[in-house]
Ligand binder design. Structure first.
Ligand code: G6P
Length: 489
């Protein structure tokens, strides 16, 4: 997507002559749904990476609301604009914020801490100060953007202080917060030197949403431990004379959209071309992930390598395709993961590939929606094996594209999606032998059994889409009369 944004009504409505903000519904996330890059001085907009953006874009489009976030480029001072039928309200992130807030506190403190500390989290006071300052900036921008008695939906770990900061500025608003990543067990959360401040930030919301009941339970436990709020498993939380709700709202995808792209006439020829390039008689084992150390990419490559070494899988029978979407590349742990993955791919191909015939195809880029769906349709075995993951929408997207009930999903027990997709082949992603065994069973599964499992998973994803997710959250957040305008009927 490289089309140019327009100014349209957005600018007028956020900075109107009378200085009155006028959006009734505002989504706030660290990133805008589109990211700015500059090539030869020209601006290009591309879809931002990650599950958050893919889930919320259809909601924002239906709601005709505004989206407050960062453009993805540092030191930019952009005016509000409209793009993809969404009013985009940019917040400036300086080079220093990028270092201390984004790469530091968000992605070297909170991200590893909230993902089971699979990498060691670092705690630095200047990173925390930057986190506070950037959250304050977001809260001020939202306060200027949303109309009286409007509703605001704050997203994810980068903005946990915004609910309380915004409430202090605008007590008239209804404020929701949704955490897309896991909320960690109390023993891990307790390490955070600023644990009380983070909890008090979240408690500024009226509704706090988590991916799973387990995450909600973890949260209630630490609220009881580290704040003065009264929290119990049943009933609302009481804090500061207010009642607020914490609940699980498992996120999902736009099932119909993925299915319709899968059924579109130009998808099958793309799939055919991919199959021919990969070798028509070989089964395709597929992984599609952000290049992130929580995703277990290296573990799954090792499992495939061992299957080849054991001779249980032959290069003429199966091929692995790993699509890795570049992510947080300046953070050291991500650079190290990339090095490890690329070394493994090289090693496996060196040992088992032939000239012109690879056993692992590694593609490090973002795919267009059409190519993504063609890739899903090409995968006979889909590997979604994160070490820890809030939900994982790739698993649900794959299922939505398998309209003929073909294909097998191998899914980590530690992805939120495993609570719903119990007909996948569930694996412990740390267990390299277990992953290998799951790959083997997927490759050899009786087609009738595979189709039965896929049909059940499809019914589950079809029965709870991203629109249902948004509807249930918004129903808890705003009074009935406001819901219709937000959810578009
Ligand atoms: C995950 C997070 C999102 C984040 C996305 C991409 O999906 O939950 O909050 O936006 O990854 O990561 P990035 O650091 O590039 O925004």
């Amino acid at each position: 997507m490289t089309s140019a944004p327009t100014k349209s009504s957005t600018e007028r409505r956020t900075r109107s002559g009378a200085g009155q903000p006028s959006w009734p519904f505002v989504i706030v996330a660290n990133r805008l749904p589109v990211s700015l890059t500059r090539r030869k001085g020209e601006k290009h907009w591309t879809t931002s990476p990650g599950g958050l953006v893919s889930a919320l874009t259809p909601i924002a489009q239906r709601a005709h609301g505004a989206w407050v976030g960062w453009s993805g480029s540092v030191d930019d001072r952009l005016e509000p604009f409209e793009h993809d039928a969404i009013a985009q309200v940019p917040v400036t992130i300086s080079r220093q914020d990028h270092h201390d807030f984004y790469q530091g506190f968000c992605n070297r403190t909170l991200w590893p801490l909230y993902h089971d500390a699979v990498q060691n989290p670092e705690y630095h006071r200047h990173w925390w100060r930057s986190y506070v300052a950037v959250n304050e900036r977001f809260a001020r921008m939202v306060a200027e953007t949303v109309q009286a008695d409007g509703a605001v939906w704050v997203q994810d770990y980068q903005l946990q202080l915004v609910p309380a900061l915004l409430r202090a500025l605008r007590p008239d608003l209804r404020i929701g917060f949704f955490l897309h990543i896991p909320f960690p067990p109390a023993e891990l959360f307790a390490r955070l030197p600023w644990r009380r401040q983070v909890l008090e930030g979240l408690l500024g919301a009226d509704v706090i949403g988590f991916q799973t009941e387990r995450n909600r339970g973890n949260f209630l436990r630490v609220v009881g431990q580290y704040t003065r709020a009264q929290a119990s498993d049943a009933g609302p939380i009481r804090h500061d004379g207010r009642r607020l709700q914490a609940a699980a709202y498992p996120i999902s995808i736009d099932f119909e959209l993925y299915e319709s792209v899968a059924l579109a006439p130009d998808t099958e020829p793309r799939v055919e071309r991919l199959r021919q390039r990969l070798g028509s008689s070989r089964k395709v084992i597929l992984g599609i992930d952000r290049l992130d150390y929580t995703k277990g990419i290296d573990h799954r490559l090792r499992a495939f390598h061992e299957l080849l070494l054991s001779g249980l899988v032959k290069p003429s029978d199966a091929v692995m395709v790993q699509v890795a979407v570049p992510s947080r590349e300046r953070v050291a742990e991500y650079a190290e993961l990339r090095r490890r993955v690329e070394e493994l791919v090289g090693q496996i191909n060196g040992e088992f590939g032939e000239v012109g015939v690879a056993v692992v195809h590694y593609v490090r880029r973002n795919l267009t929606p059409e190519n993504l769906v063609a890739m899903y349709r090409t995968g006979d075995v889909m590997m979604v094996t994160p070490l820890c993951d809030g939900m994982n929408l790739v698993a649900k997207e794959y299922v939505a594209t398998r309209f003929d009930n073909s294909g097998t999903l191998v899914l980590s027990e530690f992805a939120g999606a495993a609570e719903e997709l119990t007909d996948a082949l569930l694996v412990n992603p740390h267990d390299v032998d277990g992953i290998g065994a799951a790959i083997l069973s997927a490759l050899t599964m009786d087609p009738v059994e595979a189709a039965g499992r896929m049909a059940k998973m499809r019914a589950i994803v079809r029965g709870h889409t991203v629109h249902d997710w948004a509807r249930s959250f918004v129903a808890d957040l705003v009074p009935a009369r406001q819901r219709r305008s937000i959810l578009g009927g």
